[in-house]
Design a protein. Structure first.
Length: 94
């Protein structure tokens, strides 16, 4: 009978330790999820900044690569493409 009580007491102690560890891990998991969310948001913001900087660099490269006449030709071609796209969109909406 004494062995049974000791075994039960040992089992109860083990279960209590497991519950404590479970609760600690649960708290740590929630903290890590929150931290992961914050880091993901920061990464998204930094990627946005990188994209903006890359666009600015591309624009600067275009400014240095093309002279005024080439820029005008490129601008008129882009305007033509935009008109074509607007025309297509108008046909789709009709």
């Amino acid at each position: 009978m004494e062995d049974l009580r000791a075994t039960l007491k040992n089992l109860q102690s083990t279960v209590q330790n497991l519950l404590k560890k479970y609760n600690q891990l649960k708290k740590e998991n929630e903290h890590l999820k929150k931290l992961n969310e914050e880091i993901t948001q920061q990464l998204s913001e930094k990627n946005k900044v990188i994209s903006e900087v890359e666009e600015k660099i591309a624009v600067n490269n275009i400014n240095t690569v093309f002279d005024a006449d080439e820029k005008q030709i490129l601008r008129s071609r882009i305007d033509g493409y935009l008109k074509e796209i607007e025309k297509c969109l108008g046909l789709l909406n009709a």
